[in-house]
Ligand binder design. Structure first.
Ligand code: ATP
Length: 232
C-alpha cells in the first residue's frame, strides 16, 4: 500500500506547486495522475522521490513513513522511478544502461539482464547499440526495463507515452499491466494522454493548479464519463 497524506511541496518558501495532496494506491493497482502542463505532476513525483523537500504532509510506503527520505534511500526501499524524458545515457549501450539500474540495489547482473529482456525481448536484439541511437519508443522501453531490474515494489512513471508512436504506447501499456500483477506492485502513472492512462488504471486523480480537483475508481461503465469530464 502506498499513501500520500496532505502533501504540500514547492520550489520556494513563499509558494507551493502542489497543495494538500491525498492519494492511496493498493498493491496490484495502477493509479493515474492526469493533468495538463504545469499542473504539478512532476513536482509530485519529485516530492515522493525525495528530490524536492515537502513542506507538510506524509508519504507512507508499506507502513514506513518515507517523507523527506533522500532519493537514494527511497530507491533502495524499492521505489522505481522513470523520469520524464527517459534519461537514457546516450554513449552507453542498451546493456550498460540496464546494468546501471543494478547499482541502486546491488542486484545480480545476470539476473537483472534476464528481467530486462524478459519484459522487453526486443531490447535483447539491440543490446550492444548505444542509447543515443535508439528511437523514442526503444528509449522508453529501456528506461522502464532499467527501472524493473531493481525488482521494484512500487513504480513511478512520468509521462511514458510522451513523443512515442501509438503502437509502442500500446505495447508499453500491456507490459505495465503485466508488471503490476506479476510483481505485486503499486504503480503511479503521470500522464496527459487521458484515454491511454484510464484504460490501464484502476483509479485516477485529476490535478489542476497543484490541487486534486477530481478522483475516483475507474470501471468500464464510468470511463467514458470520466474522460468527458476531464478537460486538459
Ligand atoms: P508538464 O506536463 O509540463 O511536465 P507538470 O504537471 O509536470 O507539467 P510541474 O513540472 O510539476 O508540472 O510544474 C508545476 C509548477 O511548478 C509549474 O508552475 C512550474 O512552472 C513550477 N516549477 C517546475 N519546476 C520548477 C523549478 N525547478 N523551479 C521553480 N518552479 C518550478
Amino acid at each position: 500500500m502506498f499513501e500520500i497524506k496532505n502533501l504540500t511541496a514547492g520550489y520556494s518558501s513563499e509558494t507551493s506547486a502542489i497543495h494538500d495532496i491525498n492519494i492511496t494506491i493498493p498493491k496490484n493497482e495502477i493509479c493515474s495522475i492526469i493533468g495538463s502542463n504545469g499542473a504539478g505532476k512532476t513536482t509530485l513525483l519529485k516530492g515522493i522521490m525525495g528530490l524536492l523537500p515537502s513542506k507538510s504532509g506524509e508519504i507512507i510506503f508499506d507502513g514506513t513513513d518515507i517523507t523527506n527520505f533522500d532519493s537514494e534511500a527511497i530507491s533502495q526501499l524499492g521505489i522505481g522511478y522513470v523520469p520524464q524524458g527517459r534519461m537514457i545515457f546516450p554513449y552507453l549501450t542498451v546493456e550498460e544502461n540496464l546494468l546501471l539500474g543494478c547499482e541502486v540495489r546491488k542486484m545480480n547482473l545476470k539476473k537483472a539482464l534476464e528481467i530486462g529482456y524478459d519484459y522487453f525481448p526486443d531490447l535483447k536484439g539491440i543490446s550492444k547499440r548505444k542509447g543515443g541511437m535508439l528511437s523514442g519508443g526503444q528509449q522508453q522501453q529501456l528506461a522502464i526495463a532499467r527501472m524493473l531490474v531493481i525488482e521494484p515494489k512500487m513504480i513511478l512513471l512520468d509521462e511514458p507515452a510522451e513523443g512515442i508512436q501509438p503502437n509502442v504506447v500500446q505495447e508499453i501499456g500491456r507490459i505495465l499491466q503485466k508488471v503490476t500483477s506479476e510483481l505485486n506492485v503499486s504503480v503511479l502513472l503521470v500522464e496527459q494522454f487521458v484515454g491511454f492512462a484510464l484504460d490501464l488504471s484502476h483509479s485516477y486523480y485529476f490535478l489542476q493548479g497543484g490541487e486534486i480537483t477530481k478522483n475516483g475508481r475507474i470501471t468500464e461503465e464510468n470511463k467514458a464519463q470520466i474522460i468527458d469530464s476531464i478537460k486538459l
